[in-house]
Design a protein around this ligand. Structure first.
Ligand code: PRX
Length: 670
């Protein structure tokens, strides 16, 4: 457990002096205004953007968080109209940033790199928007995207926003089954992908995964009309040497279209579709505790304001800075902090296709050095993986340009925090541990760089407009020091509006446990200095390398195997991944617990969900610990997973002998 006694780390003086918010007092003052007068606070920010229909101050912000009073809703700037791509591109170009680099693209292989200015990005976005229009994509239609970290991914997102289409990106590490489920759920008729991508020395055949997904969709009665494919492999260097990888991707006549065959001919101008403030911008699936993914829906104006403002203050981004977020575009971090937040601030970003370990384990440090990166944003799991290689490999590179370094996805352990701070940041760069969720749209807790002292392992304080509350099991507010459920008592502009096609599930999942509050599903502790420490999920969710998944999702995949009659999955702490999957399976009569079965099950999970969900341990469990009413007691399974015999009270178990049996049957290497 992180120590609350850990010393405070004060921001570097030079950073504080030039920061947008340079002291605790200034943060307090701005925070107070954001809570007491949200119209004025967000109104000043909104005025920096373009509104085709002006903001109506009477309808600035309205919400209901209390299910007992009626349906849950949350609306910002209702009645105003705008277009996101216009604000991110045309507006910046008008402000003189047309020749500024929007992205440095760095390929998997260090020989592959390119760059794109704001002006050129706008042209490419317009071209692709025109292509989408010519294929019949209209305002409100969903476009499913399965892409690697290439410039066309950003172009695709912005092209959708240009014409008011709703993008639904699926991380290109999900299996074809997972992708198919998400395509059918949002009824996308158009898919955008690439033929493939190298990740380190591994080739991922993205188009063939899309082919399988489209075939599965067809079986479900949903036909994808077009699949647009970027020809990518041909233009990059393969790991085996400089020779180009020849492209043999099969294309289905009439359905599949090469990007390069249609985009270059399209017009570079496309008039933006003016969207209502509350029109959908994008949806993004996140795991739900029932196992069925939830299509989190974000809308136009509020998301823009929030992504832009958190990016500006949390990374303290200044016009000549070079910012790099390593997150994949398929996750919310990629949406808010690779695309929308940076572009809204006319930022220059690095877009990185590769892995931290290729061609060597110093790739992150080499890229920071190459582009003189000033803000770097990554995940604790990556930091822990890189710590293993020692300090020398970091010190080979000049990282002195770093001012702010972010962490996201899971609590960061103090050991990793200190290594990041000392070895990477030279005790000079501020660390921002950013707590947030797909649902929150942007950062909700952190310590602003230059303003607030840091505590290793603590997320810190609320961002502007955010009001965190800790509740006990009975819904009673915990004031001062204490630990409880982390909830929010009012919305901020970036909070999701609904779950696509399922407002009931939205209300039940997030607003039914504690009426009047948005419930994060995380626990947190407030220390004597007011710092919030996120303690992890309080529901049946697992966080493996920053990837959130539900126990129910993995369990249902395991029980699909004919030899598994029952399964229960818990999280076990893991030194690099944070948590890993420890699965218990009860075999059917014909089943035998052996290597072959374990291999089959692991492969099955990889195929059904994705490689990141592969279990670390699968234990044979002739019986599971259940209460008399049949509920599995996961608390006991978590103890078995870590071989801790302090199981506590087991008197409610139907069969107490089960516990001893499970300890006795732990696999030797578990
Ligand atoms: O449990 C929290 C954890 O990740 C969850 C959100 O996952 P997802 O929607 O996939 O978004 C990840 C990127 C924003 C949260 O409910 N989490 C995320 N960031 C932190 C964190 N836990 C502790 N500290 C963080 N900084």
């Amino acid at each position: 457990m992180p120590s609350e006694q850990s010393p405070l780390f004060y921001p570097d003086l030079a950073l504080s002096k030039n920061a947008y918010v340079s002291s605790s007092a200034e943060y307090q003052q701005m925070y107070k205004k954001s809570i007491e007068n949200p119209e004025e606070f967000w109104g000043e920010i909104a005025r920096q953007f373009h509104w085709e229909t002006p903001i109506d101050s009477d309808k600035f912000f309205r919400y209901n968080f209390d299910l007992t009073k009626g349906p849950i809703f949350n609306k910002w700037l209702d009645g105003a109209t705008t277009n996101i791509s216009y604000n991110l591109l045309d507006r910046n170009i008008r402000n003189g940033h047309g020749d500024k680099i929007a992205y440095y693209w760095e390929g998997n292989h260090p020989d592959d790199y390119s760059r794109l200015t704001y002006k050129k990005l706008l042209e490419e976005v317009c071209r692709f928007a025109n292509v989408l229009k010519s294929l019949g994509v209209n305002k409100g239609d969903r476009v499913a995207i399965y892409m690697p970290m290439i410039l066309e991914a950003v172009i695709t997102l912005l092209a959708c926003t240009r014409i008011g289409a709703v993008h639904s990106l699926v991380f290109a590490g999900f299996s074809s089954d997972s992708f198919a489920e998400r395509i059918t759920d949002c009824e996308a008729r158009i898919i955008v992908t690439a033929d493939g991508v190298w990740r380190g020395e591994k080739l991922l055949q993205l188009k063939s995964i899309c082919d399988q997904a489209m075939a599965k969709c067809a079986q479900e009665g949903h036909n994808v009309q077009h699949c647009i494919v970027v020809s990518h492999l041909e233009r990059v260097t393969s790991p085996s040497g400089s020779q180009r990888h020849s492209n043999r991707t099969p294309m289905t006549e009439g359905r599949d279209i090469w990007w390069q065959d249609v985009v270059p001919q399209a017009s570079t101008s496309c008039y933006p579709e003016w969207m209502q403030a509350e029109d959908p911008l994008f949806m993004l699936y996140t795991s739900g505790s029932t196992g069925k993914p939830k299509g989190v829906l974000h809308t136009t104006a509020g998301y823009l304001l929030y992504a832009a403002t958190t990016f500006k203050y949390v990374f303290d981004y200044k016009l000549n800075d070079v910012y790099w977020c390593t997150a994949d575009i398929g996750w919310i971090t990629g949406h808010s902090y690779v695309v929308y937040g940076p572009l809204a601030n006319a930022a220059t970003s690095v877009l990185f296709e590769g892995t931290p370990f290729y061609p060597d384990n110093d790739r992150f440090w080499a890229v920071i050095d190459k582009y003189k990166v000033t803000q770097f944003y990554t995940a604790p799991t990556a930091i822990r993986a890189l710590m293993k290689f020692g300090e020398q490999i970091v010190k080979k590179h000049d990282l002195s340009t770093l001012k702010v370094m972010g962490s996201v996805g899971e609590p960061i352990n103090p050991e990793a925090w200190l290594w990041y701070y000392k070895v990477v940041g030279h005790e000079k760069a501020s660390i921002v541990d950013t707590f947030w969720q797909t649902e929150t749209g942007g950062h909700v807790l952190t310590t602003l760089p230059g303003a607030l002292p840091m505590k290793p392992g603590a997320a810190g304080f609320p961002f502007f407009g955010v009001q965190p509350v800790l509740l006990d099991e009975n819904g009673k507010e915990i004031k001062g020091e204490g630990e409880g459920y982390l909830v929010f008592s009012r919305p901020w502009p970036g909070l999701m509006r609904t779950l696509y096609g399922s407002h009931d599930r939205y209300e039940v999942t997030y607003f039914s446990k504690f009426p009047g509050y948005y419930c994060t599903g995380d626990g947190a502790r407030r220390d004597a200095d007011g710092y919030l420490w996120v303690t992890g999920r309080v529901d049946d969710m697992l966080n493996v390398s920053g990837h959130l998944m539900s126990t129910a999702e993995i369990e249902s995949v395991l029980t699909e195997h004919e030899h598994v009659s029952e399964a229960a999955v818990v999280a076990k702490p893991h030194p690099v991944k944070g948590e890993c999957l420890y699965c218990f399976i009860t075999l059917s009569e014909q089943g035998t617990y052996n290597e072959a079965l374990l291999k089959e099950l692991k492969t099955h999970v990889r195929e059904r969900i994705g490689p990141f969900a592969q279990p670390d341990v699968i234990q044979n469990a002739p019986a599971l610990p259940k209460t008399r009413s049949g509920k599995i007691m996961r608390r006991i399974l978590r103890k078995v997973a870590v071989n801790d015999r302090e199981v506590g009270d087991i008197s409610t178990l139907a069969e107490t002998g089960v516990v001893e049996q499970l300890f006795a049957m732990r696999p030797p290497n578990a």
